[in-house]
Design a protein around this ligand. Structure first.
Ligand SMILES: [Zn+2]
Length: 277
């Protein structure tokens, strides 16, 4: 491996400029999370491996290129905001959510110097672990459900710590890795993807670049908890976990005007009253 293609995200530029990588020639991926931004670099065939720096959407893109071109892939997350660095699918919005089977990175490097360049409150990846709480409620109705896996998944949830220091970041990184490993064992992401993720994907179509995936998952958990008839005590427990981990569930605080987005969604619904069956 001596001809690496370096890929980074536009938003990682400032972090990389301040690091030892400032002179590295990067291919900057200007992601709008759509298939049109998934073009290969024009000189892709000159490289024999990929080293990617960025968040979830850059890593998803790097997994796509590496998967299609059968290249070794090393990723350095610059933010811990999803579990994308461990999964073997890339999620693209075109604009509906599409899962592309790509490849899991061959190596994931936890670079604390890079991660501390981001406000710790943006390391919201705990949402992809906490979502186990609501996702399990749906998964248990499916034939793939395994009681012992569900128990192990909830043990991962209990390990989470606030990612405001090195120990917290290490723990979040390991919890995300363990959660994805469990999904691989059972062959389904239903362990951590349920109604709360449906909610997030629904809104991501409209909030690309404005709100992080797991910020929506956190809001989605509270909606899912209500839909799933979880008790007040259980909902209180979820909120306590959010507080402990520094996660925000007030839509205004994360800059999301929910009524406006609802209007957009309803506006797209072509059915008229009376046409419902
Ligand atoms: Zn997720």
């Amino acid at each position: 491996m001596n001809r690496p293609l370096y890929i980074a995200g536009h938003s990682s530029y400032t972090i990389l400029e301040k690091s030892k990588l400032k002179n590295v020639p990067f291919w900057f991926h200007y992601s709008n999370n759509s298939l049109s931004s998934y073009e290969f670099p024009y000189d892709i065939d000159e490289y024999d491996c990929i080293i990617a720096y960025g968040g979830g959407s850059v890593i998803d893109y790097a997994k796509y290129v590496a998967g299609c071109k059968k290249l070794y892939l090393e990723v350095h997350p610059t933010i811990l905001s999803t579990d994308a660095m461990f999964t073997e699918v890339s999620i693209v919005r075109c604009p509906e959510v599409v899962y592309l089977k790509t490849k899991a990175p061959d190596k994931v490097v936890l670079d604390y110097d890079l991660l501390k360049g981001v406000d710790w409150r943006l390391h919201v990846g705990a949402g992809d672990v906490l979502s186990i709480i609501t996702a399990l409620r749906s998964w248990r109705k499916f034939p793939t459900y395994e009681e012992y896996i569900a128990k192990e998944a909830l043990e991962i949830v209990d390990k989470l710590k606030r990612p405001d220091d090195r120990a917290g970041i290490d723990t979040l990184f390991n919890c995300l890795k363990e959660e994805v490993s469990l999904c691989k064992i059972v062959g389904t992401s239903q362990i951590e993807e349920g109604l709360e993720h449906e909610f997030a994907y629904c809104f991501e179509k409209y909030t690309i670049k404005k709100v992080l995936h797991c910020q929506l998952v956190v809001l989605g958990m509270l909606c899912a908890a209500k839909v799933l008839n979880m008790s007040d005590k259980e909902i209180e427990d979820i909120k306590n976990r959010f507080c402990k981990l520094g996660l925000v569930w007030d839509s205004k605080e994360i800059g999301l005007n929910l009524p406006e987005y609802f209007k957009l969604m309803v506006g797209e619904c072509k059915m008229k009253p009376g046409e419902w069956k």
